[in-house]
Design a protein around this ligand. Sequence first.
Ligand code: T3D
Length: 261
Amino acid sequence: MAYETIIYEVGDGVGTITLNRPGKLNAFNDLMIDETTDAFKSAGRDAAVRCVVITGAGRGFSSGQDLGDFQERGEGISIGEHLRHGYHRLIRQMVSLEKPVVGAINGIAAGAGCGVALAADIRIAADSASFMLAFSRIGLIPDSGINWFLPRLIGYARAYEMAITADRVPAGKALEWGMVNQVVPADQLPEISAAWARRFAGGPTLAYGLTKRAMNRSWDSTLDEALEYEAHIQGIAARSHDNREGISAFLEKRDAQFTGR
Ligand code: T3D
């Protein structure tokens, strides 16, 4: 599929999605939601892709829903249906992708753009980046999974504060609060996030994917259920080539050559 609103490139085992409507700080229109979802789907099907990076072109990561489109849409389509058919598919695609997703947060992540950033597994933020739940400024509530992700990441009080103040949370505070894994100088973000991604792409992809599945599932589990699920999927990991290779490499005192299988 040729894309108009994003750039999707594959190299070194990494699929890189660049949201590409910089004139609107990469606000999501319907096409960009569909194309981003499709790129994550392709990354899932492509064995050559073992890690995905999502970033934004220009000075923003994403300013969320394109408000011009929102206004034009009028009463024609219910917002609930728009969310179900658009952002929900995108967020589910990111979370169910059994490969690490690295958000390289290059600038402001606002509204649904913040939701997409939070759906990544690891976030590396430029020191100029910020996060903002812009929704209440326009009389909406957070969506795109934010009510699920954010209190789990930073606790209810901070998440609710972000929601009702709609203040920008700069990268340094986001790091302190546990929203991001690392803050780096803006001009080094592409290089540093690519290095993280290459590292993951050279790892045991099956085990990484199963870990993501187990951790996401644990939110709704009792300890007994989580223990049982670990036992079940560890059985899958233990049958992998990478498990055999990892053990051989350890015993032979050499670096493991993981293939992702
Ligand atoms: O539809 C549904 O299913 C509902 C889903 C809703 C999900 C949501 O995301 S709701 C929240 C939507 N987003 C917002 O409310 C944020 C709107 N943007 C802003 O508040 C500000 O742009 C920022 C705080 C993000 C950044 O401010 P600043 O001063 O750095 O940049 P700016 O000058 O405001 O924006 C630069 C340009 O991008 C500007 O266009 P211009 O004047 O240069 O031609 C601005 O209009 C445009 N832009 C920024 N955000 C959006 C946008 N255009 C359309 N939609 C946007 N969201």
